[in-house]
Design a protein around this ligand. Structure first.
Ligand code: SF4
Length: 319
């Protein structure tokens, strides 16, 4: 709760989700685990002279020869073991761990999806490690050859979380951009419409993130008793109040015949209540009423395009 308040978390579902994840994680925790390190930040130079930087969530000793390197994820969908075979983040962990804990010959790599209680594992062979080392060397070589003028950021929905945004010309230019002339929306061709759609989604995400950062600073200043004021304007805050009633006390004072019209069922709590009771779950499924929210629009590649691209690649390789 303290962290949620400090981070200025406005959406209560993040807080309740987080609380459930942490509680369930603690229930699953095995105290006999031999933890070697947690949140280990590394800043190393590979034997070939490439600087690498990162952080590993947890390292656990399995036996005298083997360690498990665990990365926690909060995603709702897990990657497959197949996806993990070429995952660069895990290859980097494996490489860094081989330098930090050379006494362990074997390293198992895990992604632990705490939201869905699923672990997916993989490992890297010596040959994989050698290939990754070559990849690092070639990346480092290319980075060293880069001229500053060649470095162009490509704005995307993750810019708000990017560690380099303060040094990124594309990000700075976007925040300081002035509105330009645009085609009227109803007159846009589909191509322009789709491009504009994706552009707006990206910029919305960047701006929302920026606003969150601004709010954090403002909250901190207000808590320290400072004003934010300039040119005859000031920032001020209002806070809406929310009133709740204790259900037990409400039930005591409202006549029985009126109660059903006044009370709501908390779906999340009811689902948790029935979580380990299949009989109750199927009874609830039979009486559930499903309503649909307003549609959410997203863009994706058209299926025929993917198939025709695949076909043409097949044809090319056959030729
Ligand atoms: S802020 Fe710049 S460097 Fe970071 S992801 Fe966005 S475009 Fe790329």
């Amino acid at each position: 709760m303290n962290s949620a308040t400090e981070e200025g978390l406005e959406n209560m579902s993040f807080y309740t989700d987080g609380k459930t994840m942490v509680t369930e994680f603690i229930d699953r925790f095995d105290p006999s685990e031999e933890v070697i390190d947690v949140e280990q930040r590394f800043r190393l130079t590979t034997p070939d002279g490439v600087p690498i930087v990162g952080a590993i969530d947890k390292v656990v000793k399995i036996n005298d020869d083997t360690i498990a390197i665990i990365d926690y994820k909060t995603a709702r969908n897990a990657m497959t073991t197949w996806d993990l075979q070429d995952d660069v983040q895990l290859s980097m962990y494996d490489f860094a761990a081989s330098l930090m804990w050379p006494e362990f010959k074997n390293r198992l790599l895990f992604l632990d999806y705490v939201r869905i209680n699923k672990r997916v594992s993989t490992y890297r062979t010596e040959e994989d490690q050698e290939t990754f080392n070559e990849f690092l060397n070639s990346m480092w070589l290319q980075m060293q050859k880069l001229e500053e003028t060649e470095i162009k950021g490509r704005l995307n929905s993750l810019c708000g979380w990017c560690d380099y945004k303060l040094y990124c010309p594309a990000y700075t230019a976007f925040l300081n951009a002035k509105p330009t002339e645009m085609t009227a929306l109803p007159d846009m061709e589909d191509g322009e419409f789709l491009e504009h759609w994706e552009n707006v989604a990206t910029k919305k995400s960047i701006l929302e993130n920026r606003q969150r950062e601004l709010k954090l600073i403002a909250t901190k200043k207000f808590m320290e008793g400072q004003d934010i004021e300039a040119n005859g304007k000031e920032l001020y805050s209002t806070q809406a109040s929310r009133t709740n009633y204790d259900i037990v006390k409400v039930v005591e004072i409202i006549p029985q015949e009126d109660l059903f019209g006044l009370l709501n069922v908390n779906k999340a709590r009811l689902d948790r209540y029935a979580k380990d009771d299949p009989d109750m779950k199927s009874k609830l499924q039979r009486i559930a009423q499903v309503n649909y929210n307003a549609p959410v629009y997203k863009t994706r590649a058209v299926k025929e395009d993917i198939e025709s691209e695949f076909d043409s690649k097949q044809n090319e390789s056959a030729a």
